[in-house]
Design a protein around this ligand. Structure first.
Ligand SMILES: [Zn+2]
Length: 283
């Protein structure tokens, strides 16, 4: 069953668990992501397609692939979400293609402009029943990052600005910068759950953690306790699947076998995260 972020995240926020948002860019990756949710007892899942992957497939292709797989899973909540997008026209195209949720990333803009442009996206998306995630603050790029740029600077989200941002834009979920990185960490992660706690006290809406790959379990638990309800994972899934495919490719298998190997490996990695996020802070 296809849904938007609001249908999923409010319960997660109240009950202190998180829903995983996993990036796909091919049939195999989306199939592996959704199958992992099914195996975890029909866990809600966010199938994310980043504007970065528009060279892999169109928005309509991504929607059609995910929606056709979702038809086979009537008891599982699946949200088709556009990840990191700075372009208003691509966001509107995603809404027209059928996406249930979009992320407008205005984090590199001055505060006032980020507010103004996010609010405009919220007005359009909400009129269509589509949820919006926005971002305040900026994440650094770690190793093997496919989303961040080397020039990205770490700027922590300011809790008071977050309150003003949420009030003025009407955004449904807010991505925060508290020390996680896009990609794998270069050293020991220093995640500022104290800042997260202040943000959560100010805004009271579901918060989003980007850069889930490689973040220690106890840090994730502390984040979920302090309002994180959606966690993005991309790099670790890609690294695990490539490793797995590299092991198989030496056998020179038929391409269909290799394709299936990738799907299974994505499923295995995603399943590990879903189980852990579902436990949330309740253990
Ligand atoms: Zn991100």
């Amino acid at each position: 069953m296809l849904t938007n972020l609001n249908d999923m995240l409010h319960n997660a926020y109240e009950e202190h668990y998180a829903v995983g948002s996993f990036n796909g860019y091919s049939y195999e990756t989306f199939r592996g992501i959704i199958e992992a949710g099914r195996k975890a007892g029909n866990a809600p899942i966010i199938a994310a397609f980043g504007a970065k992957y528009l060279s892999n497939m169109t928005l309509k292709n991504a929607y059609s692939i995910i929606a056709s797989i979702a038809e086979e899973c009537p008891n599982q909540q699946i949200c088709i979400h556009l990840d990191h997008c700075k372009d208003r026209s691509v966001i509107i195209q995603a809404i027209r293609a059928g996406f249930g949720s979009v992320m407008f990333d205005g984090s590199a803009l001055p505060f006032g402009e980020n507010v103004e442009r996010t609010k405009e996206i919220c007005d359009i998306a909400h009129a269509c029943g589509v949820s919006v995630e926005a971002e305040l603050g900026s994440l650094q790029a770690g190793m093997n990052s496919h989303e961040g740029e080397v020039t990205d600077r770490e700027i922590y989200t300011n809790p008071e600005q977050a309150k003003e941002f949420v009030e003025k834009t009407g955004v449904d979920a807010l991505a925060v910068s508290i020390g996680t990185v896009h990609g794998m960490y270069k050293g020991v992660p220093k995640v500022r759950t104290d800042i997260l706690s202040e943000i959560n006290n100010e805004v009271g809406i579901p918060l989003v953690l980007h850069g889930g790959s490689g973040t220690p379990e106890q840090t994730i638990r502390a984040c979920i306790k302090n309002g994180i309800s959606k966690i993005n994972v991309n790099t670790e899934i890609s690294m695990a699947a490539v490793e797995c495919a590299a092991g198989k490719i030496v056998e020179r298998p038929h391409l269909s076998v290799l394709s299936f190997t990738v799907e299974r490996c994505v499923e295995e990695t995603v399943l590990k995260y879903i189980r852990f996020f579902k436990e949330g802070n309740n253990n």
